[in-house]
Design a protein around this ligand. Structure first.
Ligand code: NAP
Ligand code: NAG
Ligand code: NAG
Ligand code: NAG
Length: 342
């Protein structure tokens, strides 16, 4: 029996990692699609990458809807969820209802904080793995995936009962940790050399650390009318603002997680220095979403960090201002469009 993987939300990131995993021995990869269904069913994904060249990735099954996937009756080893995390629009944990059986692991490859909770709540017995990637990829047209740069993906078992004030380890934890190691090993085997396995606590620090970058760059790009990361980091006033946001996030993370920041994570100065040198010219995803009138990942990048901090009695005033104003701007935009959704 091969290892069976289903990509749930086969867009830029899902199809990129799916195309890699499809190269592993004794492994099959399928795709649950939406708007790109017909293109992918007929032609598969065409993936180009500076690291792996050109590849046509034909999923074992291509599903048009969750119902379609349920009818296939496959026992999945991994459900790799890579939809945009938009809890204010939809609870995507409902998509995989009926696809989770004994031994199924759910890997969430999504930006932001708090993305795991709806899955853990709906599937308390399933192994939930939490993943953060810095890869940059896009889907310029249906089924065409352009991997731009970087491959690193950090994955850890989501075991919130190990947090401070939790109940301590449980007998099932080992299976979750083993499943985490197995998917990291599979990714390494197919050339993702910087796939890394983390502990539960370690991965949550990686999430907060990525929030320092995303909460600084993404909303600021929208509020500045579409500046790229390098332009913002070179503007003296915006650069002060970015430093303030990043410091706010990195100072809050240890208070929420109850442990000091691991020393190996890049400092604010290092992050901004490398952004100043980064002339890739590309724009943060939140700006791209805003520009095309799509929903932005405001809740998981700004709202959830603010709420997690508040639960510990901390405020995040820089994030809070951006969150309140951008959320209102998004609502007003959608009201003007006559629809609250895409
Ligand atoms: N792209 C990057 O470079 C990058 C880098 C790091 C992290 N991330 C994170 O990775 C996550 C995915 O981002 P992405 O850029 O890959 O987004 P994306 O290209 O928009 O891919 C998401 C895919 O999920 C599909 N989807 C959404 N709801 C669905 C549903 N109900 N049923 C079936 N399919 C559904 C979308 O279909 P439709 O086309 O129909 O909407 C789309 O194909 C986000 O959290 C993002 O922040 C992205
Ligand atoms: C394929 O993987 C399964 C586990 O998913 C394992 O039980 C089986 O032995 C493997 N087969 C081969 C030929 O490696
Ligand atoms: C960042 O860049 C400035 C100006 O080039 C330099 O003085 C400083 O040492 C750099 N800091 C780090 C941490 O690299
Ligand atoms: C360079 O810029 C791109 C696009 O804005 C971004 O995704 C990436 O993380 C940046 N790299 C570094 C090292 O800061």
């Amino acid at each position: 029996m091969p290892t069976r993987i289903l990509i749930v939300g086969a867009g830029a990131i899902g199809a990129f990692y799916g195309s890699r995993l499809a190269c592993a021995a004794n492994t099959t990869v399928s795709a649950l699609c939406r708007s790109n269904f017909k293109a992918v069913r007929d032609h598969g994904f065409k993936v180009t990458s500076p690291n792996y060249g050109e590849q046509v990735f034909k999923p074992e099954y291509v599903f048009s809807s969750p119902e379609d996937a349920r009818k296939a009756g496959v026992k999945w080893d991994y459900l790799l969820v890579a939809t945009k995390a938009l809890p204010d629009v939809s609870d995507d944990s409902a998509l995989i209802e009926g696809l989770v059986s004994d031994g199924t692991s759910i890997i969430l490859v999504q930006n932001g904080l708090g993305v795991e909770e709806p899955y853990k709540k709906r599937f308390p017995k399933a192994a939930v793995l939490s993943a953060v990637t810095i890869a940059s990829a896009a889907q310029p047209s249906h089924g065409v995936i352009k991997h731009n740069r970087w491959t690193r993906i950090s994955i850890g078992p989501y075991l919130p009962h190990l947090d401070q004030g939790g109940s301590g380890s449980k007998p099932d934890d080992k299976a979750v940790i083993d499943s985490n190691k197995k998917i990291v090993y599979l990714l390494q085997e197919v050339g993702i050399k910087d796939a890394e396995s983390y502990s539960h606590a370690g991965l949550q620090f990686v999430r907060w650390h990525k929030i320092a970058i995303n909460a600084a760059m993404n909303p600021s790009s929208v509020l500045s009318g579409g500046l790229g990361n390098q332009e913002m980091s070179l503007d003296p006033e915006i650069s002060r603002h970015l430093t303030g946001v990043m410091n706010e996030v990195l100072e809050t993370a240890p208070k929420v997680l109850g442990k000091p920041l691991p020393p190996k994570l890049a400092t604010v100065e290092q992050l901004l220095n490398s952004t100043r040198k980064n002339s890739s010219g590309s724009k943060p995803s939140m700006w791209l979403d805003w520009e095309k009138g799509a929903r932005m990942e405001l809740e998981v990048i700004l709202g959830n960090p603010i709420r997690l901090a508040r639960q510990k009695g901390c405020e995040m005033p820089r994030l809070q201002s951006m969150y309140a104003l951008l959320k209102a701007a998004q609502e007003n935009r959608d009201k003007a469009k006559g629809s609250s959704r895409l």
